[in-house]
Design a binder for this molecule. Structure first.
Ligand SMILES: [Zn+2]
Length: 155
């Protein structure tokens, strides 16, 4: 147990996957991190509480930086950064949910166009699903446009 002199527990988790997420976060910040008592918890869930959960340990010298990272995680800094990065990447796709004419998000869409019937016919006879244009209308300015069905765009 000489290793325990060099490592210090900075957090304890009842379930191992929370511990793994935080360990991965610390390692992504170049802080070596280790889990203790993890395998006992995997073996017997009921023992988790009794064993004191899974310990997240870091080298003694890195504890201040590690606690700082954990604090930032708890404050939601990483979630906010992820959200910002996701918005930057998918921002263009999100714009499709707004009216291109006035920018309002109060838009309605419907599939109740004549094409639906022929699409149903094609599906019944050929077993092929044809993406249907969706009628999108802005409730704010009345501007209307047609777009491919959401399912077809996402798949
Ligand atoms: Zn509009």
């Amino acid at each position: 147990m000489s290793q325990s002199k060099d490592l210090i527990t900075i957090a304890t988790f009842l379930n191992p996957w929370d511990a793994h997420i935080l360990r991965g976060l610390l390692e992504s910040e170049d802080i070596p991190a280790f889990l203790a008592s993890e395998h006992v918890v995997w073996l017997n869930w009921q023992w988790s509480m009794a064993m004191g959960g899974v310990d997240l340990r870091v080298p003694y010298a890195a504890q201040d930086r590690a606690k700082e990272v954990l604090e930032q995680y708890m404050q939601g800094d990483y979630a906010a950064a992820l959200e910002a990065a996701t918005d930057a990447e998918f921002g263009a796709a999100e714009q499709a949910d707004a009216c291109p004419h006035c920018g309002s998000r109060d838009i309605s869409s419907s599939n109740t166009n004549p094409g639906m019937l022929s699409a149903l016919g094609i599906y019944l006879f050929l077993g092929v699903i044809v993406p249907q244009p969706k009628a999108i209308k802005c409730r704010a300015c009345g501007h209307s446009l047609k777009e491919l069905a959401d399912d077809a765009r996402r798949s």
